[in-house]
Structure formats: structure tokens, C-alpha cells
Ligand binder design. Structure first.
Ligand code: GLC
Length: 555
């Protein structure tokens, strides 16, 4: 691998940070976060160590699904600012060495989109075929995504006398992506935002728009061809733009969405399987489920990458666990029915799930940054924000960013009643959890996460390397290596409360090698057989680099 390759494939060891402009920082005091506010906080993100922003939808919207209901692919929601403000954000980020990607919603539009308004006005509308219509819903219906709000994925349209498909809410009609005109429109919209400086997209709900439910299956002989087309379009327009896909499927299916080992479809996929296994491992204090999920990852092209994460903006879905496993995680991290949602997930952030135990919270973030892949943070994770359980459904984790201990947590000067979502109250409220205090405190979670980011960037093997589990006797401990060319990171994580002493063997290590700690002072020599014994406190973690005699690498 030459240095030019590693620089071009910037996403292989990037650090992504997802935020919703609406709840990040309000610069004009109207209660709603805005792009001008985000531009003012770019330095905060650069200082933290973020290298790529992921903006949740910023498009004009009736806002019935937090902006995932788009009514115009070419604009900015006026509450957030203008296209000019958007360009200022992208330009400021670039100046600080950061890239920006944004959500693109291909599966559906809002029912307020002019295409749908026209489509439903008459069966002869030129846009009728932009959506999926049927005289009768099929006998076999797929499950609804939001069982609290919907009981079918087909909705009868009185005026035009047919049913339309909506895999999400009924106000989000599915686009018919078998229609070449729809495909062109999507590509054109992507092209527009790329010209404004984006480095790619987080592609919403990918398996849903490639599913053949309800659409004419004969017209959809090669669904993955659409992804290949989008990827090559992006490649032609940008050279190094990415598609980061939301694909919550089993491993074998995930591989198809990368384009197999050719790697010509999605550039990156969220590792939902490892994320869910991690929570099972934490609940059991047993590293085995997580280790298995990582070892079972299918092979992917070097041009592709896994995106690792602890939490995102949606429910913490546990749908890929068995019913019994999901109950274990519920019992450990969200036993009350109101902490759960859709029967499959939790509407909580990490710190409250771990009863605020700083050792466990740090151990989890240490684990996240030590896994092979590219880490993705959700805003506020770096300071340990909690959720607001009084806010409905998934929105409980989308509360305003807590900047300081003042009014509205420093998010806005407006009256609290004007905010899109109320600020967290109580022990996780701004008086106890805020960015300003933590930035001044070298012992804070913010300082720790920032250290993890720096070390992650120091260790290219984490983005590029191969994962292996080291044998050792403690079920609660994950001892793993990530190796790439001559670089090797050794990481230890104790998922349990008992302090342990961990014997390890690295028989291939060169004689005289040492393990140099990266998160603390210290280094431990290996014996002549490559063995070493290392201690780990309760919920402890260690990152070490294997350093051979005479090796000048930066540690
Ligand atoms: C994705 C988004 C979610 C949204 C849904 C419908 O799953 O992550 O927030 O509600 O798509 O667009």
C-alpha cells in the first residue's frame, strides 16, 4: 500500500460525527438550531478530533419524521438557513481539514413533495409512475417498520382509487426506483449537493428501496445495479466521494450491499451486527458475542469499510438478536416498558444505560475506537449526554446539544417552549453534563474521547488492518489485535467488574519487542517466547502498540 492510496481512501480511518442541525446550536435565538450556528461550532468539532461531519436531513420538510420526509431535494429547510449558509458550513469545515456528508433519502419522499401531489392528483399524471401503486394490496404483506403508528405498508388514496406503497409512515410514499426517471432525479440531486462541496452521502434505508415488495418484479431484475450506478456516478463526479449505507441485515446480505468483493456498491456500511452483539456482551460481561460478530464479518474489498458505532439517532435496535438475547439486553439496560420501543429497541443513550458508571462508559468508547473500522459518533456522546424520557419515541435521544450550564444548556437564548425538543433534565441535564466544563477538565469524558480520537488517527492499522482475538482465560475480557503491514495494536477490554490479570502470547513478535501503552504511561517487555502478563482493573481497558527493537514508530 502506497501513501497516496492511504490518503485517497480518506474514509478508511476517518472519524465521523452525526448531528442534526436543528438541535446543535441556535445562532439567531429563534429556538431552532441553524447552519450559521453549526458554522460557529466547527472549531469545537475540529478540536475534538472529528474528520467528517454527517448532517441529518437539512431539506425542506413538513417535519413529520424529523426531516426524513423530504419535500424538495434541492433546498434547505428555511428554519435552518439558506443554501448560502450550507456552503459556509462546508467551506469552514474544509478549512479545518474536515469533510461533510449528508443524509440522502432515496426510498421515499414526503407526501407534500410536488411529485407525489401531482402523482395522486390523477392516474395520468407524468409523476404517477414515480411511486408504487396497486389496485389491491398483496395478500402477503410485509411487516411495518413503525408498529406504533402504522398497521399496513399500503394506503388507499381516495382521489385516484389505488393503494400506494409506504414502507415507513403513510406520509412517506415509496419512490419507484425501477423508473429510470426516478433514478436520474436521485442522481441529479446527488450531483447538485456534490457541487456544493459534499464528500458523499449517508444513504437512508437502503434495503427498503432495493426490495421488490409491490413493485413490478420484472422491471426490477437487477436491484443492485442501481447502487452500482450511483457509486460509479459518485466516483466520476468526485473521485473519492462515499456512500455510507444504512443496511441492517445479516452478514451475508451486507456483503451484497458492498458489491461483494468487487466493492462497487456502497463504500461503507454500518456494522449493526457488531453493535447489537456488543450490547449483549456488555449485558452478560462476556466478550464472546462481540468477538464472534467481528470474526464473522464477511470479506470486503480494500476500497470498502465498516462503520462502527455505539448509538445513533434511531432506537438502539436489537432486532438481530434472538428473542431471549434481546430480553437479556432489555433486562440489563432498559427494563421499563417506556425505555423500549417497537418491541425491538431501546430509546436511551449509553450513559444512563450503564447507570452513569464512568469506568464502563469509558471502556465502551475505548472499545469502539479500538475496533477495526471507522467510528461514527452521535452528537453529545463525547460529553456523555443522556436522553429525555419524556420526549416521544425515538426523539428521546435527539435533544439539544448541551454546550454549557446556562439557559437551555447554551443551545439557544429562546424561551424553552420554542425549542424543537426539550433539553434533558435532572442528573444528565446541562448543570452536570456540558461541553464547556468538560473541555476545561483533563479528566473529563470529553478529554478522554478526544484522546481516543488522536490515538485512533495515530494507528492506521485500525482503519486498514485485520482483526484477531488473542486466547486468554477470562470470559469477560476481549483481547484483540488489529494488524496492518508492520503495525500492530493490541487492545484489552474488561467487560466485567472483577479486576483480572491477563496472560497473553504473541509468538510472532520479534525478539526484544515491547508493548507500549497508548492511553497511559508505561511499556511491558515480552519474554523470549513472546509472552506477557497484563493487569486490568474492573471495567478496565488498555491499548498497546507492539514495538520491535530499533522501531522508530510514534507511540
Ligand atoms: C431511517 C432513518 C430513520 C427514518 C427512516 C425513514 O431508518 O434512520 O430516522 O425515520 O429511515 O426515513
Amino acid at each position: 500500500m502506497r501513501i497516496t492510496d492511504t490518503a485517497d481512501l480518506w474514509w478508511k480511518n476517518a472519524i465521523f460525527y452525526c448531528l442534526d442541525v436543528e438541535t446543535f446550536f441556535d445562532s439567531d435565538g429563534d429556538g431552532v438550531g441553524d447552519l450559521a450556528g453549526l458554522a460557529q461550532r466547527i472549531d469545537y468539532l475540529a478540536d475534538l478530533g472529528v474528520t467528517c461531519l454527517w448532517l441529518m436531513p437539512v431539506y425542506p420538510t413538513p417535519d413529520r419524521d424529523d426531516g426524513y420526509d423530504v419535500k424538495d431535494f434541492y433546498g434547505i429547510d428555511p428554519r435552518l438557513g439558506s443554501l448560502g449558509d450550507f456552503v459556509e458550513v462546508v467551506r469552514t469545515a474544509k478549512d479545518r481539514g474536515m469533510r461533510v456528508i449528508a443524509d440522502i433519502v432515496v426510498n421515499h419522499t414526503s407526501d407534500q413533495h410536488p411529485w407525489f401531489k401531482s402523482a395522486r392528483s390523477s392516474r395520468n399524471s407524468p409523476y404517477r409512475d414515480f411511486y408504487v401503486w396497486r389496485d389491491e394490496p398483496p395478500a402477503q404483506q410485509q411487516e411495518v417498520v413503525f408498529p406504533d403508528k402504522e398497521d399496513s405498508v399500503w394506503e388507499y388514496d381516495e382521489k385516484s382509487g389505488q393503494y400506494y406503497l409506504h414502507q415507513f409512515y403513510k406520509h412517506q410514499p415509496d419512490l419507484n426506483v425501477t423508473n429510470p426517471k426516478v433514478r436520474d432525479e436521485i442522481a441529479k440531486a446527488m450531483g447538485f449537493w456534490l457541487e456544493l462541496g459534499l464528500s458523499g452521502f449517508r444513504v437512508d434505508a437502503v434495503p427498503f428501496f432495493l426490495a421488490t415488495n409491490g413493485v413490478d418484479e420484472h422491471a426490477f431484475t437487477d436491484p443492485h445495479g442501481f447502487l452500482r450506478d450511483l457509486r460509479s456516478f459518485l466516483g466520476r463526479r468526485t473521485g473519492d466521494g462515499i456512500l455510507l449505507g444504512e443496511v441492517n441485515l445479516e452478514h451475508a446480505d451486507q456483503q451484497r450491499f458492498f458489491g461483494g468483493t468487487d466493492g462497487d456498491e456502497l463504500t461503507m456500511l454500518f456494522d449493526f451486527i457488531a453493535m447489537q452483539a456488543m450490547y449483549l456482551s456488555l449485558a452478560r460481561a462476556d466478550a464472546a458475542p462481540l468477538a464472534k460478530a467481528l470474526l464473522d464479518r464477511p470479506g470486503i474489498s480494500p476500497d470498502c469499510q465498516w462503520a462502527t458505532f455505539v448509538r445513533n439517532h434511531d432506537e438502539l435496535t436489537l432486532d438481530k438478536l434472538s428473542d431471549a438475547e434481546r430480553e437479556e439486553v432489555f433486562a440489563a439496560f432498559g427494563p421499563e416498558p417506556e425505555m423500549q420501543v417497537y418491541g425491538r429497541g431501546l430509546r436511551r443513550r449509553l450513559p444512563p444505560m450503564l447507570d452513569g458508571d464512568p469506568r464502563r462508559i469509558r471502556m465502551v468508547y475505548s472499545l469502539l475506537f479500538s475496533l477495526p473500522g471507522t467510528p461514527v459518533l452521535f452528537y453529545g456522546e463525547e460529553i456523555g449526554m443522556g436522553e429525555n424520557p419524556d420526549v416521544e419515541g425515538r426523539m428521546a435521544v435527539r435533544t439539544p446539544m448541551q454546550w454549557d450550564d446556562g439557559k437551555n444548556g447554551g443551545f439557544s437564548t429562546a424561551a424553552a417552549s420554542k425549542l424543537p425538543v426539550p433539553v434533558v433534565e435532572g442528573g444528565y441535564g446541562p448543570a452536570h453534563v456540558n461541553a464547556q466544563a468538560q473541555r476545561r477538565d483533563p479528566e473529563s469524558l470529553h478529554s478522554f474521547v478526544s484522546l481516543l480520537m488522536r490515538r485512533y488517527r495515530d494507528c492506521p492499522e485500525l482503519g486498514w488492518g485485520a482483526f484477531a482475538v488473542l486466547d486468554q482465560p477470562h470470559a469477560a475480557v476481549l483481547a484483540h489485535t488489529v494488524t496492518w503491514e508492520d503495525a500492530c495494536l493490541v487492545a484489552l477490554h474488561n467487560l466485567g467488574p472483577e479486576p483480572v490479570s491477563v496472560p497473553l502470547a504473541l509468538p510472532d513478535a520479534q525478539e526484544g519487542s515491547r508493548l507500549v501503552d497508548l492511553l497511559a504511561e508505561g511499556s511491558t517487555p515480552l519474554d523470549e517466547k513472546g509472552r506477557v502478563e497484563l493487569s486490568l482493573p474492573s471495567y478496565g481497558y488498555r491499548w498497546m502498540r507492539l514495538v520491535a527493537p530499533g522501531d522508530l514508530r510514534l507511540v
